[in-house]
Design a protein around this ligand. Structure first.
Ligand code: PLP
Length: 238
């Protein structure tokens, strides 16, 4: 299926002032990415290290590459020279490796902590306890080359709109807690002290894909990752 630039424009207008669009280009040809670049799109998401490393030199230097897949520690070094934001960080061990590789490249790499919000077993991410632990531990870790910039989550792949909405609502609730913005509760957030650290400045909430981004926006997402709606269905067996 071909790229749909009309749909792209429609989504851009819909998201204006609300959320950043990460156009998910995995498995899609460089020509399609260039088409969107010509329309002004700069944020692109990829899931596979080798594919990203192959595509990056073929596209303009000012493209912001988002790594949205499951990142293995031994592959961080390949994307560290240029990656803009790593969405799926689910352990401090991985964060330490990103810090190490970022330092070698004289960079500070922004990362999002992935939270497991779906009912499905297969999705990666931390649970609430692990998230709180990670954020409070961060305050005592000397990592100068990473910055935790927010949270990321994937809802269940389901037609059940109420289920998907409740999962996004849950993640937004966690986000509000860790950013210290829980207006409904009116009490001091428990881990607010960690906000003052340089390596943890949470402002990005990455949630929503082709099938559920409208719900995600309604629930407070400020970054969506949309692939097939713009680029067409993916064919993994090319
Ligand atoms: C592939 C992928 C997307 C985009 O999925 P679509 O349904 O094609 O929009 C978004 N987020 C992650 C983590 C992905 O792996």
């Amino acid at each position: 299926m071909a790229i749909n630039t009309e749909k792209y424009q429609e989504i851009i207008n819909e998201l204006k002032g609300k959320a950043t669009l990460v156009a998910v280009s995995k498995t899609k040809p460089v020509e399609d990415i260039k088409t969107l670049c010509d329309l002004g799109q700069r944020d692109f998401g990829e899931n596979y290290v080798q594919e990203l490393v192959d595509k990056q030199p073929l596209l303009p230097n000012d493209v912001r590459w988002h790594f949205i897949g499951h990142l293995q520690s031994n592959k961080v070094k390949f994307i560290a020279p240029f990656v803009h934001l790593i969405h799926g960080v689910d352990s401090l061990k991985l964060l330490q490796e990103i810090n190490k590789q970022a330092a070698k490249n004289n960079r500070v790499i922004d990362c999002l902590l992935q939270v497991h919000i779906a009912k499905e077993e297969t999705k990666f991410g931390m649970d609430e306890v692990e998230l709180n632990e990670a954020i409070s531990q961060l305050a005592n870790m000397p990592m100068k080359n990473v910055r935790v910039a927010g949270l990321m989550g994937m809802a269940s792949f389901s037609e059940d709109v109420d289920l998907v909405r409740s999962e996004f609502k849950y993640l937004k609730g966690l986000f509000d807690k860790v950013t210290g913005e829980s207006p409904a509760i009116g009490q001091r957030p428990t881990i607010n002290s960690s906000l003052s650290t340089a390596n943890c400045q949470l402002s990005t909430l990455s949630m929503g894909m082709s099938g559920d981004y409208k719900i995600a926006i309604e629930e407070g997402s400020n970054m969506v990752r949309i692939g097939s709606l713009i680029f067409g269905e993916r064919n993994y067996n090319k």
